[in-house]
Design a protein around this ligand. Structure first.
Ligand code: EPZ
Length: 419
């Protein structure tokens, strides 16, 4: 397995661009199943999760083409409403295809996504909402079999017990061609949801969003459209954390600063000077970061759970102690054990992590435990003294496209080596 070798202690200086958002492009690819003709998506990040989605669409019988960061999908000949067990295991987030598969094919057969590095990944909110919209879904021996007795979803008022991103996406994809009006209450409000709604609207859907309420008037058919994927706000936050943790002075470009407007104040609190422009953020770090006294993750527009790990890594070398509270996933601290191997001082108890900043970390051999935990290890290794070797990169490659290129261009001593 390949590893990232990082010689830490070098301040990052220069410009690094972010890619299209992983968590936007996955539901967008599911949505192309609903639109007759050839949809074109631009700014598609070259990620393994995207590759998984393209395989799923191809297995449905869609015509899929990828040229650089542009993907075209035509579902007109698609007729296989099945996602293989192999792809479901590779892509837990492929549950977001369920609503689109049923709307397109009238049925769907896939395996239960199962737990992952962040704890159990229940889909009860997805299933109960789709059942309210007319789906009959049976779960047996880890398999899901779903069908629409009336051939179409029917509009309903659905209220989510939790503003689940995935459930909101599934309901959107089911409702846009449903018979009647659907009102979704307590919907997720992440920018990736707005991006999905923008594409669906371009395809002819009738979607009205008012804060956490989304009203969808079903239309009979959707027509293909062209769409550019929004920038990845978590990748932007990750690179800012790396610049901050190394005492650097760098600019993250091709991003959307307003999507991280609950993250940026934390960098200011750590003593960083920020210059925010329309599509870029410049961060000038102090010699030593101040602590983050308290950080709690919340659904958007609160602090995003995915950005907590990279910031916690930066906090390990800050001056003082801080408390991190994770309110979205059950066990988001698997990577902490790897940070301890680098000399970090962290105590975790359930959803709480207490981080006592140390003067410096020391490079070590560590392994990614999950995607954002892997990002935390890269940030820590860039700040550490000496060499780190980071393994299990398949986790990192799900959400960061070729990070070593962008980081080495701003002064990081980082390279990927095969065994
Ligand atoms: C999406 O996951 C993102 N993934 C996650 O990013 C992100 O952390 C999360 O939203 C929250 O913002 C993609 O978009 C592919 P949820 P999702 O449904 O949809 C519970 C990353 O690193 N829940 O909002 O799975 C669930 O267990 C990934 O890029 C139920 O209980 O998140 C969790 O505790 C990680 N029942 C909470 O809600 C359900 O039916 C939030 O889950 C669904 C969810």
């Amino acid at each position: 397995m390949s590893r990232l070798l990082i010689d830490g202690g070098y301040p990052l200086r220069g410009e690094i661009a972010v890619h299209g958002a992983k968590n936007a492009v996955l539901p967008l690819l599911a949505a192309t199943l609903l639109a007759d003709g050839e949809s074109v998506l631009h700014n598609v990040p070259p990620l393994s999760d995207v590759g998984g989605c393209l395989e799923i669409l191809t297995d449905f019988g869609c015509r899929v083409r990828q040229e650089g960061r542009t993907v075209t999908v035509c579902p007109d000949q698609a007729d296989k409403p099945v996602i293989s067990d192999r792809l479901m295991r590779r892509m837990r987030s492929s549950i977001v295809f369920l609503g689109a598969m049923m709307a397109r094919f009238g049925e769907a057969h896939l395996s239960y996504p199962g737990g992952c590095e962040l704890g159990p990944r229940p889909i009860d909110l997805h299933l109960s909402a789709l059942r309210q919209l007319g789906a009959v879904i049976t779960e047996e021996r880890g398999q899901l079999h779903a069908c629409l007795p009336d051939g179409r979803f029917h509009g309903e008022t659905v209220s989510l017990a939790f503003p689940s991103v995935g459930a909101t996406e599934n309901i959107l994809l089911a409702a846009v061609t449903a018979d009647g009006v659907t009102t979704l209450l307590n919907a997720a409000r992440e920018p990736e949801i707005s991006d999905l709604a923008a594409y669906l609207t371009a395809c002819g859907a009738h979607i009205h969003t008012d804060g956490g309420t989304i009203r969808i008037e079903g239309v009979p058919r959707l027509a293909a459209a062209e769409h550019t994927v929004i920038p990845d706000r978590i990748e932007a936050a990750t690179y800012l954390a790396a610049i901050a943790a190394t005492g650097g002075d760098g600019t993250v470009t091709a991003c959307c600063p307003q999507h991280i407007d609950t993250v940026l104040p934390l960098f200011s609190e750590m003593g960083c000077q920020l210059s925010v422009y329309a599509d870029r953020v410049r961060l000038k770090a102090p010699r030593r970061l101040k602590r983050i006294p308290y950080l709690r993750t919340m659904p958007y527009p609160g602090f995003p759970t995915d950005a907590a790990a990279p910031l916690l890594a930066a906090a390990t070398v800050a001056d003082g102690t801080g408390v991190f509270v994770e309110n979205i996933f059950e066990c988001r601290y698997k990577y902490v054990g790897e940070l301890l191997r680098m000399g970090a001082r962290i105590k975790t108890e359930g959803r709480v992590a207490v981080v006592e900043g140390v003067k410096s970390l020391s490079g070590a051999a560590v392994d990614c435990t999950d995607l954002r935990g892997g990002a935390a290890l890269v940030v820590a290794a860039l700040a550490a003294e000496g060499r780190s070797a980071i393994g299990e990169l398949q986790h990192l490659d799900r959400g960061y496209a070729d990070p070593e290129s962008g980081l080495s261009a701003i002064g990081a001593r980082i390279r990927r080596v095969d065994p």
